[in-house]
Design a protein around this ligand. Sequence first.
Ligand SMILES: *Cc1c(COP(=O)(O)O)cnc(C)c1O
Length: 406
Amino acid sequence: MRHDINLTAERQTFVTHLECSMTGERFAADELHGLSNVGRPLLVRYDLPGVAAAMTRDALAERPADLWRYRELLPVRRRENIVTLGENATPIIPLDKIAADLGSAALWVKDEGRLPTGSFKARGLVMAISMARELGVTSIAMPTNGNAGAAAAAYASRAGIEAVIFCPADTPEINVREIAAQGAKVYRVDGLIDDCGKLVAAGAKANGWFDLSTLKEPYRIEGKKTMGLELAEQLGWQLPDVIFYPTGGGTGLIGMWKAFDELEAIGLIGPQRPRMVAVQAEGCAPIVRAFEQGERHATRWQDAHTVAAGIRVPQAVGDFLILDAVRASGGFAISVSDEAIVAEVEEVGRREGLLLCPEGGATLAAYRKALRDGRVSSGDSVLLFNCATGLKYPMADHSLRWATGA
Ligand SMILES: *Cc1c(COP(=O)(O)O)cnc(C)c1O
């Protein structure tokens, strides 16, 4: 069956302008932008009363279960610019056995591994690449820890846009290969993701590549925001008490926080918010350190290392947006060990039949730790994020040998 996007209305979107997330300075929509004049992310703003009139519960009930169902709150103006691989809604899976062990009122995983290219990076990149096409971009470049590069490669190839991707040399091997397999030029770099980011910035100047780095263009947040819209709708416009989010650049956490404000403004939810928990690895926890020290900005984490490559981000340009959202929600930032991450991936696979990525394992490890130290209670309903399919990552070999006697 063909995947049809149900964009029939003449008016596809309600974008009014863009706004600097730090100073509030306004920028025109429908022009190509990177960061604001003070070097901070730009946020897309909408005519929310217009959205409220068009994106009603009844209107939503008629639409296919994909992220384009929220089109009034998305930036793409013209349907022909949408580059799609079928961005289906992802299921919320209960972890009943583990919830029973822990006495949890509700423990759910939003399983983002079901998306095209096997990770939630598809949500952000389908939006960034569709907008790049709409605004006339012909080549993009980005640094990646793996999944973002894979999604960028896939959508850029479909859009006929050249993609140049830089990843740390120790990025999970399947990511490096899938990027090339989906038509991008991929370079292994002796360094971390922010070193790759410097190569992209230099190449953008020298070669005219459009810089698609996390939060350095305005539209990946809008794509990632659909996680918040979708989970709210799936839970009957009732948000969970706590969300555990594995935080690298923080696009998803920032996007969901924005989504909840927009949903409240259009009358689909009330003022209650989940407590937002930023989960990092002990070997790379700049947001946790800044949270604990009461800082609004995070300093670069030296010698970053963790098995959870997706959250190995030593410095994030949207650090203050992550920290503001976490604090405003009454949440916190927490780090977990690689041993705990690996143990959770094995436990959830073995007992619940759900193969998590390491970053997803980190959220369960963080939940357990927060239950122990009393920062969440077993009465809280809890939503964890699994951001990529576990099939992308190395697995331990527990096979047995059957001797045939031959
Ligand atoms: C990118 C990524 C993350 C971090 O997401 P951000 O929104 O950039 O913080 C977590 N897990 C996986 C698997 C990822 O690919």
